[in-house]
Design a protein around this ligand. Structure first.
Ligand code: DLZ
Length: 157
């Protein structure tokens, strides 16, 4: 038993993945993208089947994901950003808008859009979750492949 999801071996050799990442807090988002890419490679996703774009901040991530869904043949998008709480209400508004936007894309498109957005209270939390062995991007990459295989009915309980 554990808190985090465990993953079986996943065959992503026929899976096409889009990654959209925010440049705000790039020290963390670039590392999250790296972790995601590494886990995709581990799942046999081909390098030519990974399309990546950057957008300015987390608020732009849902529209960036929509752009990938509209203009490419990706099966899944991993939406990456890192929000860190500041002194004003900006954090709360952006967190709410981004999470609603990403869920809307999932249901509107019927394709998985993975919630790769860290919502941190401080830099320390962002660092812990993005750099080193607890890089959450690793799990997001595996989640992306699993959700596509589920849709393709290649896995089940
Ligand atoms: C404005 C803003 C603030 C205060 N904080 C963050 C953050 O922690 N992480 C992030 O990705 N983006 C932040 N932004 C920028 C917004 O996401 C957005 O890019 C701008 O408001 C322009 O729409």
């Amino acid at each position: 038993m554990g808190k985090e999801a465990k993953f079986d071996t996943l065959d992503g050799s026929n899976v096409k993945v889009g990654i959209v990442a925010a440049r705000w807090n790039d020290k963390y988002t670039y590392s999250l993208v790296e972790g995601c890419r590494e886990s995709l490679v581990e799942c046999n996703v081909k390098a030519e089947n990974i399309t990546g774009i950057f957008v300015p901040g987390a608020y732009e991530v849902p529209l960036g994901a929509k752009h990938l869904l509209d203009t490419t043949d990706v099966d899944v998008v991993v939406a990456v950003g890192c929000l860190i709480k500041g002194a004003t209400m900006h954090f709360e508004y952006i967190c709410e808008a981004v999470s609603q936007g990403i869920m809307r894309l999932n249901l509107d498109y019927g394709k998985p859009v993975i919630f790769g957005i860290l919502t941190c209270l401080n830099e320390e939390q962002a660092q812990e979750r993005s750099i080193g062995e607890h890089n959450h991007g690793i799990g997001w990459g595996k989640t992306a492949v699993e959700m596509v295989l589920l849709q393709q009915k290649k896995i089940g309980m």
